[in-house]
Design a binder for this molecule. Structure first.
Ligand code: DON
Length: 309
């Protein structure tokens, strides 16, 4: 695929890059602490095959929470909408992504949405397959289809680093197991979840995934349907309402494009029926979103009047 380096995008990246010094890279997963906080790159893939990029777009990073939109799509394909949303809700929360507070407040206990860690863990628990290997393989196959990049794997280093330090996520799992939201072995679930979060991509891969979501689940080049339209719609809706955690409201106002972030510094955006965006900028704000990545999207949205609202 041919991708042009865009001078206009380069200029916006250089305007956004200074904001990297206002944030810091995540280090609660120790392996993520090695990232270079000054990094900032973007790729935009359009429906007609046109692609624009700026910055070091070949650099790889892990999906982290961006994986949550993909596991959600997979389990809806596995179980149907009704079953999935009997286990996890559809409502945004103003709490941090790893908060346990709301789990105890809601009766019957059910995580508020699939984008917070509790909801994402409940979703991963539903992935069909008899072994972690098989279940992860099914997620990777979906990602290979969406990106047309079959070399995508997970980082053993990042997965192990998170697995060893994920006690808060373990606590969420044990709480949910007690309340029948999840079933099975918690350590096995943590193994699958940390590997899912450690899947390594670059900005092009993210932009391709965003493009398929933007195009209602269909690969615009091959015409192949990868996700049913209804699932692409649900995913886009969650990206709009909960994709940037407890900053989703402000982001909707300032940017207005369905997007999902991860603590490695990735942001994926899906502009309906037009293009997909992949951004990497590991310096994060207090909420856990790429600080310069958000600035870059704000600048893009303002310059080209991109808000869908
Ligand atoms: O579960 C975690 O804490 C990480 N694997 C993913 C969290 C994440 O990316 C939240 N992002 N803003």
């Amino acid at each position: 695929m041919y991708c042009e380096t865009s001078t206009e995008l380069e200029e916006l990246v250089e305007r956004a890059r200074p904001y990297t010094s206002d944030g810091k890279v995540a280090d609660y997963i120790p392996a993520l602490g090695k990232a270079d906080p000054k990094d900032l790159s973007i790729a935009i893939h359009h429906l007609d095959g046109k692609c624009l990029s700026a910055g070091d777009v070949e650099k790889t990073f892990t999906l982290q929470s961006i994986s949550k939109i993909l596991t959600l799509a997979l389990v809806i394909m596995d179980h149907g909408v009704e079953y999935v949303f009997s286990k996890v809700g559809m409502e945004p929360t103003g709490d941090p992504f790893n908060s346990i507070a709301k789990l105890e407040e809601s009766v019957p206990s059910r995580p508020l949405n699939p984008m917070i860690n509790a909801g994402a863990l409940a979703v991963t628990n539903m992935i069909h397959g008899s072994t972690v290997h098989e279940r992860l393989g099914r997620l990777l196959a979906l990602i290979h289809d969406m990106t047309e990049n079959s070399s995508i794997r997970y980082s053993e280093e990042v997965a192990t680093s998170e697995y060893k330090t994920a006690d808060l996520n373990r606590a969420l799992c044990y709480f949910m197991k007690q309340h029948d939201v999840i079933t099975g072995d918690v350590e096995e679930l943590m193994d699958l979840y940390t590997k899912q979060c450690a899947i390594e991509v670059n900005c092009h891969d993210l932009a391709r995934i965003g493009l398929v979501i933007a195009n209602n689940g269909k690969d615009p080049q091959s015409g192949r349907i990868i996700l049913p339209k209804q699932i692409a719609r649900i995913v886009k809706t969650f990206m709009s309402t909960c994709g940037m955690y407890n900053a989703s409201g402000e982001f909707a106002i300032k940017v207005g494009i369905p997007s999902k972030s991860g603590v490695s510094g990735g942001i994926i955006s899906a502009f309906p029926n037009k293009f997909g965006v992949g951004i990497y900028g590991p310096s994060l704000d207090d909420i856990g979103n790429s600080i310069a990545g958000i600035k870059l999207l704000e600048m893009l949205s303002a310059r080209y009047e991109l808000s869908i609202f």
